[in-house]
Design a protein around this ligand. Structure first.
Ligand SMILES: [Zn+2]
Length: 105
């Protein structure tokens, strides 16, 4: 899986094309991810414990990973993921500027 939670990504297709946001969740087995606040669809729900009134709620739908491009936090360009081995660890780096793509903890 090339993308991880909190990666900044750009959506390459669909109605939210060219919008940038962070990944909220990655579904490895499905090769999909949920991006914060994007690819929203409205769903009508019946009243339940969670939403006592029911009505329409907004949900971020899963997006296929192949429809997402990573935005490098260092050069701010839409890039691709490359790998580099540093101290026996495989880290993801930006193919354009070679900076690490791993989120600073
Ligand atoms: Zn870069």
């Amino acid at each position: 899986m090339k993308l991880k939670r909190n990666d900044k990504v750009i959506i390459l297709t669909g109605k939210d094309r060219n919008k940038i946001a962070e990944i909220e969740r990655v579904f490895v087995s499905e090769n999909k991810a949920v991006v914060k606040g994007l690819n929203i669809y409205k769903k009508s729900v019946k009243p339940s414990k969670k939403s006592p009134k029911g009505g329409i709620i907004e949900i971020s739908a899963k997006i296929n990973i192949s429809n997402l491009g990573i935005v490098c936090p260092s050069c701010n360009k839409v890039s691709r993921v490359s790998y580099k081995i540093t101290n026996n660890k495989k880290i993801r780096v930006c193919r354009k500027c070679n900076a690490s793509l791993e989120a600073v903890k």
